[in-house]
Design a protein around this ligand. Sequence first.
Ligand code: NAD
Ligand code: GLY
Length: 362
Amino acid sequence: MTTRQRLDVDLGDRSYPIFIGPDLLSDESLFSPYIRGSQVMIVSNETVAPLYLEQMQQLLPAKQLASVVLPDGESFKNLDTLNQIFDGLLEQRHNRTTTLIALGGGVVGDMTGFAAASYQRGVDFIQVPTTLLSQVDSSVGGKTGVNHRLGKNMIGAFHQPQAVVIDTNTLNTLPDNELSAGLAEVIKYGLILEPQFLTWLENNMGALLGRDPQMLAEAIKRSCETKAKVVAEDEKEAGKRALLNLGHTFGHAIETHAGYGEWLHGEAVAAGTVLAAQLSERLGWISSADVDRTRRVLEAANLPLAPPAGMSVEDFIDLMAVDKKVIDGQLRLILLKSLGDAVVTSDFSEAMLRDTLSDAIS
Ligand code: NAD
Ligand code: GLY
């Protein structure tokens, strides 16, 4: 039997709990204490709503409930779709004590969080992540936002949720490729900060792909522990939090170039992580055996290891220049000093970056 766990994100008076376990969407006591008014707006999408919206609605009978069902997909993570949430809130006359509930994956979570950050200058929200990726990463830490045609996640705000409720049963309906995409972010924690967790993942990847509930709950817990610790130390990404972006600058370039939704976020992060490892090797920081190990664990999770055919070095260089980690025109990347020890650095030449990209593309 998988038991329930509670972790806490320690942010002073904005601290909040993360609940992890099966059947949590049947437990009203995990929600009510975090809803201060009578109004609740559940935001979901057209894939997740038919699966879990009714269960969520039945859980909160005492509340004045409304819901908005958005179109599904990364290509809808934009300001136009965000307006559908504001339309619903205003039409139903939701006031400043309303609570939004994000019921879905990272796209719904990021958009609902941004709606909560900006509606009437800020209202409460609760994350109910239903993909592995959103359970291990996007629902925790308060990064919210939408994409712009010219760059991913370029418009947004930091806004922490009141609680994160991770019902691991929701993973039962998740497609296999989405499970793998989530594993890319799980592997990331091992590579940047937790070498023992990396070994654990290598030893248990078969069970994770086979959806062993105990193993998945353990992977979620260990990922959330690491993320909560990093966020508590550096909420607004002045330093250490940037480590959570291993592979993401390359990955965002892949996502933007392919067209949002063509490559899953986790897939793009996986290919980007290999590039980051290869550049780290070129700098003499890690060995070719380390790069092989990185590739093997990602491959074992059924993730892509190479950028899409047709993407040129210039495409990467142009798109990476839009990254949020660029300061004064200087690109910074997350690279590996060893497996389990990452740094944020601009300590590489453009020629090295170009050679790494060129080798990966050919
Ligand atoms: P997603 O939200 O698009 O969900 C993936 C797919 O799974 C969608 O089609 C969705 O409808 C479907 N789905 C969701 N739950 C399901 C379930 N239980 N059963 C069946 N289908 C289900 O993608 P994602 O991978 O969850 O999130 C990716 C997004 O998260 C990206 O936009 C990325 O930028 C963002 N992100 C944000 C942060 C952050 O810190 N805020 C961190 C990482 C990623
Ligand atoms: N996913 C990166 C972060 O939350 O900072």
